[in-house]
Ligand binder design. Structure first.
Ligand code: C2E
Ligand code: CA
Ligand code: CA
Ligand code: CA
Length: 278
């Protein structure tokens, strides 16, 4: 028995060592990847619910790892947040995305570019000032930018959240509340902060048009948002039935695999030009 237990422990130690090793490697690789430009912006179309026209794009980070191929945010955003590297990533993605998408806006191919920021970035008291400075160096008009924030952040420090949101809103930047419906669904924040958009989380959209109770709930959320003059983007729309329901329920814009998956800048540009010709 003793021997068996001992073996189990040493296997556990080895696993821990492997895990630590893996993390250290990832950390070193990530520190190198950011200045090397390996973290790049991908784009997912946001469509108008009424006619399916592409009106904007959400910027989503991808890591083009030299050996391991293309990595999704789940593989590196959480560790980047822990290591305090997420700010550098968001900055790199933001700059590359603005450079890429500014001409699309200038040519009238889209109206909106939506960028994600980590709740961690937002705890920096200078966050909004830095972002406005960075934006001024790009060709993208402030009114074409949406910054997607999460409720977690509003709950952490409401006074700071208010300062950032008001500073950005004063410049004409749109604020969207991401992952709405997953946490405390902060309707108070919507009433008291200049937030123009909410993004209904995929977990709610999954069962819409299929489960009567979820459909009712989403319907009433859409109703409440409309009453507050807030526009709604439904994310994670994968099936036509969901799109049909959401359109009928008064959702403004939609995003999801049913319309298009996230894609590299070149593909996004080709698609926009195709649409403009048709
Ligand atoms: P999010 O902001 O909620 O982004 C939506 C996620 O849903 C994206 O995953 C997108 O690819 C995925 N998605 C879109 N449509 C569908 C669909 O129809 N079905 C399904 N199953 N998924 C869909 P992705 O690109 O893996 O990003 C995951 C999360 O990582 C994002 O969630 C966001 O929180 C974070 N993230 C992405 N890019 C950045 C970034 O540049 N900075 C920061 N701080 N976070 C980022
Ligand atoms: Ca988002
Ligand atoms: Ca989301
Ligand atoms: Ca999210």
């Amino acid at each position: 028995v003793k021997l068996k237990g001992g073996r189990r422990w040493s296997a556990f130690d080895a696993e821990l060592r492997d895990e630590n090793e893996r993390r250290r490697t990832l950390e070193a690789e990530l520190r190198r990847a950011i200045p090397a430009g390996e973290i790049e912006p991908w784009f997912q179309p946001v469509v108008e619910a009424s006619d399916g026209r592409i009106v904007g794009v959400e910027v989503l980070a991808r890591w083009r790892h030299p050996e391991r191929g293309l990595l999704a945010p789940a593989a590196f955003v959480p560790i980047a947040e822990e290591l305090g590297l997420i700010g550098a990533i968001d900055e790199a993605v933001f700059e590359a995305a603005c450079a890429r998408a500014a001409p699309w806006v200038a040519e009238g191919l889209i109206e909106l570019v939506s960028c994600n920021v980590s709740p961690r970035d937002l705890l920096d008291p200078a966050f909004s000032r830095k972002l406005i400075g960075r934006l001024a160096k790009t060709e993208l008009p402030a009114t074409a930018l949406t910054v997607e924030i999460t409720e977690t952040f509003l709950l952490q420090d409401l006074a700071l959240a208010r300062r950032h949101i008001e500073r950005l809103a004063a410049k004409g930047v749109n604020i969207a509340l991401d992952d709405f419906g997953t946490g405390y669904s902060n309707l108070r924040a919507l009433m008291h902060l200049p937030i123009q958009t909410v993004k209904l989380d995929r977990s709610l959209i999954d069962d819409v048009g299929r489960d009567a109770r979820v459909s009712k709930l989403v319907g009433s959320m859409l109703h409440a948002a409309r009453a507050l003059g807030v526009s709604i983007v439904a994310e994670g729309v994968e099936h036509e039935a969901q799109a049909v329901f959401l359109r009928a329920a008064g959702c403004d814009r939609m995003q999801g695999y049913w319309f298009a998956r996230p894609m590299p800048g070149d593909d996004m540009e080709a698609r926009l030009r195709e649409g403009a010709q048709a």
